[in-house]
Ligand binder design. Structure first.
Ligand SMILES: Nc1nc2c(ncn2[C@@H]2O[C@H](COP(=O)(O)OP(=O)(O)OP(=O)(O)O)[C@@H](O)[C@H]2O)c(=O)[nH]1
Length: 453
């Protein structure tokens, strides 16, 4: 318990230390480039806003798709709505910069509306982040369909209300009005600097504390989410120190937000990459399980027949395919004397020997209890016989001592070979003929190799 607490403590310390380093470096970098900002200012703010809009839209879609995968993790939907709502409000912000592509234009920027959109976006995102974090605690509780519908409707109504309120408060509607910036003097009002800004900072600090306490920075996604909260707190604190909307603080804050959003995108891409890696690995494992025999890890019967049919389709006299069917001699006695488990060990030993005795392009398979088969493409009968003889002699040379007990006593094997030289012969016929040769080996005294004539 103490160890876990210490580990978590270390995580928090590392997180805040990383934030400190990041913001320190960022501040130093920004101070260096700030001298160029006035020249770029007609473009910079709206351009960063467009970037942010695209990033937020991307995150919203990604989160919604992630939720769609299992429809269990409803907290993802709260995050999706936070970013989708933010993207809509960012589009609204852009409507207050009508001449951003034309720096010499006379279009007037509506700073007050841009500020209202900014305020509502922050309230909406912070609230949905807090909700998402609380919903995260419910991920292991089975929620009823009604509860799911209730939560989703609640999130939707909240987001829609925030967007509608923003529209009503902005100059698009004359029903309500809110003065955060004086559009003539471009000074921020007392309402902004002494009430709204402070409320927003408190909201983001609440979101940050909730996230840190509940998610305990368990993965990169929550680390980047917490980092975004810190970014908003610092952004708002920077704006607190500024009384003029065209000051550096405004650009500073947007650059901060864009960078923090990029970190979330990085976390999501990392997520996708890890998911791809895990699922690819699982696919590989299940594919291998579907083509291999569970006991010996040799290829199974169906894979062998499939490969043999494939090889036979290109067979010719100059490109013959050899099949070797092998059967352990008096294996029943091994089972009866030493038990089934020891019998299994013998099968595994023989399987390893077969695998080690053939080329990478050859196929060693187990097609029955103690019946093994080798598929040797591009191998004439004489070469196949040499392979079989080598395996037979090697196997018979082992005993209990040289195998550290894997073989309880020396074992022998009988082998039959058939070599196909034309594609007219089927896989079943090949095995049948090699099998016949193997039975001839059994009938003529076992522990020998017979080639089908
Ligand atoms: N341990 C173990 N035994 C198996 C497995 N599959 C089949 N067997 C056993 O393999 C033995 C096969 O014996 P048989 O084919 O009758 O003949 P044999 O004793 O090998 O004698 P010959 O083939 O005539 O030399 C049987 O006792 C089966 O129970 C398995 O997966 N594990």
């Amino acid at each position: 318990m103490i160890l876990i607490n210490r580990h978590m403590g270390n995580r928090y310390v590392s997180f805040f230390f990383a934030c400190l380093v990041f913001f320190g470096l960022f501040h130093a970098f920004y101070s260096k480039i700030a001298v160029f900002v006035p020249a770029l200012s007609p473009f910079l703010f709206p351009t960063l806003t467009i970037f942010l809009l695209v990033f937020h839209l991307f995150i919203a879609f990604f989160m919604a798709m992630k939720y769609w995968c299992d429809k269990d993790r409803v907290f993802l939907l709260a995050i999706a709505f936070a970013f989708a709502g933010s993207a809509i409000l960012l589009a609204g912000t852009m409507s207050n910069f009508p001449g951003w592509l034309n720096p010499y234009g006379t279009h007037r920027i509506n700073y007050n509306d841009a500020m209202i959109f900014f305020m509502m976006r922050n309230i909406m995102m912070a609230c949905l982040f807090i909700l998402a974090t609380v919903l995260f605690t419910l991920r292991h509780y089975p929620l009823t369909r009604l509860m799911y519908k209730f939560i989703i409707c609640g999130i939707f109504i909240f987001t829609a209300t925030m967007i509608t309120l923003t529209w009503l408060w902005s100059s698009h509607s004359s029903l309500l009005s809110l003065d955060l910036v004086n559009n003539e003097s471009r000074q921020m009002t007392v309402l902004w600097s002494q009430v709204v800004n402070i409320i927003l900072i408190v909201l983001w600090i609440t979101a940050l504390i909730t996230m840190l306490a509940i998610t305990r920075l368990r993965n990169l996604f929550w680390v980047s989410g917490s980092f975004l909260c810190v970014c908003y707190v610092i952004t708002l604190a920077t704006l607190l120190s500024s009384d003029h909307v065209e000051g550096f603080a405004w650009y500073h804050s947007r650059l901060f937000e864009t960078t923090a959003t990029l970190l979330i995108i990085f976390a999501l891409l990392h997520d996708v990459f890890s998911l791809y890696r895990v699922s690819h690995l699982k696919y590989q494992q299940s594919y291998q399980n579907s083509i291999r025999d569970a006991l010996t890890r040799l290829y199974n019967r169906s894979y062998f027949y499939e490969s043999l049919s494939h090889s036979l389709s290109t067979t010719s006299a100059s490109k013959p395919v050899s099949v070797i069917v092998s059967d352990l001699d008096r294996f029943k006695r091994i089972n009866d004397t030493y038990g089934h488990l020891q019998g299994d060990k013998v099968l595994q030993f023989v399987a390893n020997l077969l695998m080690d005795s053939v080329r990478p392009q050859d196929i060693a398979a187990r097609i029955g209890g103690e019946e093994f088969v080798l598929l040797l493409p591009n191998t004439p009968s004489e070469a196949a016989k040499q392979v079989a003889e080598r395996i037979r002699l090697t196997l018979s040379s082992f005993d209990r001592d040289t195998t550290h007990g894997e073989l309880p006593e020396p074992i022998t094997i009988s082998m039959g070979i058939y070599t196909a030289q034309s594609p007219t012969v089927t896989a079943e016929e090949c095995v049948e003929r090699a099998d016949k040769a193997m039975y001839e080996a059994k009938a003529t005294g076992r522990n020998r190799v017979v080639v089908f004539k």
